[in-house]
Write a protein that binds this ligand. Sequence first.
Ligand SMILES: Nc1ncnc2c1ncn2[C@@H]1O[C@H](COP(=O)(O)OP(=O)(O)OP(=O)(O)O)[C@@H](O)[C@H]1O
Ligand SMILES: [Mg+2]
Length: 453
Amino acid sequence: MISKVPRVLTVAGSDSGGGAGIQADLKTIASLGGHGMSAITSLTAQNTVEVTRIVDLDPQFIVEQIRVCVSDIGVDALKTGMLHTSPIIEAVCGEIERLDVPKVVDPVMVAKSGAQLLQPSAVEAVKNKLLPIATVVTPNASEAAVLAGMKIESEDEQRRVAKKISEMFGVPSVVVKGGHLHGERVVDILYYGGSFYRFEVPRINTRTTHGTGCVFASAIATLLAKGLTMPEAVEKAQRFVYESIVAGYLIGHGSGPVNPMAETVKRAEIFTAISSVRQAVKMLEELPQAVGLAPESGINIAEAIPGALSRDEVVAVPGRIRPVFGSLKAYEHPWVGASSHVADAVLTMMRYNPAIRAAMNIKYSEKVLDTAKEIGLSISSYDRAEEPKDIKAVEGMTIRWGVARAYESAGKVTDIIFHRGDWGKEPMITITGKNAVEVVKKLQRIIDVMQRK
Ligand SMILES: Nc1ncnc2c1ncn2[C@@H]1O[C@H](COP(=O)(O)OP(=O)(O)OP(=O)(O)O)[C@@H](O)[C@H]1O
Ligand SMILES: [Mg+2]
């Protein structure tokens, strides 16, 4: 049992659409290894397009949510998000003021959809009550402009405003976010301990940005709770938001939700694929009849994680599998990014059927193909000589072209794809399947029948 989990409290609004607010906060905290608690301030009826209604909770009830969590469970860091009205801000400040933990204040004013999440009359309460007790405040460009009373269009202005907010309201750290500014890169500026820190990521051109601000602030809170320094936490939080946008969900008709679980789920999927390829390799190593089926260039077995788009999301055997003293032997343990050809085949297959995520290449053999047909496996093929010159010229395109060609000429996704080679290219058979183990089992069935002949 874990007794030293970072305990992180979010004091924020509920987003019924699940993209921002406490829903995004709790996912972020969990994904980064913390225990999330929530004091809900307002309920919003919200989707990716609009906020249709806001119901504020009784300030005393908000305070009670904070109090019961802290008195029993304790807290290592907290973040505030949507605090809709002056009475809510005042009540929350009165309660969290005495908590001696890092307080990340996201001065939420307007939702992605444009809805007002802070009453104009409450801006003064943010400035006079909330900011003075914050450890770090994370305004976006327009919020920073409201707080500092000056516009922000450039990085220089981000710096000037960050320092100004810190000095005006006595906040030790200020991050002026650059998500709303323009340029090929998103720059977030942290003012901390009298110095500026600059963090940048490439700007992702997408509409899956619903919740970026909430994820950013709760990531900072969780990382501070884990003991990171302020600059470390901000840098890592920016990276975390970036990955969450990349893996965001294109759902709804407006700004789709970011996906704070992305990294965690991806790591778990990679582990599953590694285990699967390991098991498949072991099965193959224990199959003496397979030795004769190794091509000159060796065998590789690859399995992609669900939704994989690139070679580094495909697990395979580095250095491949080759005959050593009469049996097949993997050169190294399976790892991501260890294959180009078989990985390209898998990535292309997945475009036709996302569930077919594994493949293995073996030597071309008429006998294997005949037996495969006999036991009912489906087969397609392509002719490398027909590969258009312009595709041949681009490195890494041949296999993609070949698999597409084979499937399209067969009119279906098949268990086996083969080609008879070309000048300087070995002929090859590729066996496919849902996972690496299934692929080796298909080969096992073929070998069993071949032996009985
Ligand atoms: N298009 C993008 N590409 C990469 N990173 C982005 C992008 N948009 C925002 N970010 C990152 O997201 C974080 C939040 O920035 P942003 O300025 O969008 O906050 P926000 O306006 O408060 O968000 P929200 O509308 O969810 O409240 C920042 O760390 C920023 O680096
Ligand atoms: Mg925001």
